[in-house]
Design a protein. Structure first.
Length: 190
């Protein structure tokens, strides 16, 4: 998001930005409907007659481990591994719990945390293996760590959302388009 805002700000130097972390889809809907925010980036499609939800990209969840832990393996099965997971109230955790339930796995959770940065730190300390979205692997200090794909595959879709009936400025529409273009370009590079 920082790179997107920097690019957008170079095109619109007078534009101001306010970012909020809202981890609950229902709060995002409420904020959009009450005109408190212009845009919401969510990891779930918002289905509401007054909200447009545009898919930006799909990403896989990955297992983060110290380098050389799973030598010569392209993927791992997470069953029985000591896991570092997001707290129960997060949408990512709901995705993971659904995955575990469908596979009839009882995860061995050793640490729960609100932040992916903390999960990376716990992996560095040897407390277990973190399951995080793929893009976060590229965002944090992950030297001496590697990621492995999870099988069967587990992923999510990211959406940008806005209120259809709100009159948005050219800047907002341009930012939405730049998000789509930028993230599409990133995915092509992967």
């Amino acid at each position: 998001i920082a790179n997107l805002i920097r690019k957008h700000h170079s095109d619109y130097p007078e534009q101001q930005y306010r970012l909020y972390e809202i981890h609950d889809k229902h709060q995002s809907i409420e904020q959009l409907l009450n005109f408190n925010i212009h845009l919401a980036i969510t990891n779930e499609k918002i289905t509401h007659e007054d909200i447009r939800s545009i898919p930006l990209y799909e990403e896989s969840y990955i297992l983060l481990a110290p380098k050389e832990t799973f030598k010569n393996q392209n993927w791992v099965d997470v069953e029985n591994l000591p896991l570092i997971l997001p707290n129960k109230n997060s949408q990512v955790r709901k995705h993971l719990d659904d995955y575990f339930n469908r596979r009839n796995i009882r995860p061995n959770v050793v640490v729960e945390t609100d932040r992916f940065e903390s999960a990376v730190g716990f992996v560095h300390l040897g407390l277990g293996y973190a399951i995080i979205p793929r893009f976060y692997y590229q965002s944090f200090h992950t030297s001496n760590l590697e990621y492995k794909k999870i099988r069967p595959n587990l992923g999510r879709k990211i959406y940008i959302n806005y209120h259809k009936k709100r009159k948005h400025s050219e800047q907002v529409h341009t930012f939405v388009q730049q998000c789509q273009d930028y993230l599409y370009g990133l995915l092509e590079a992967l």
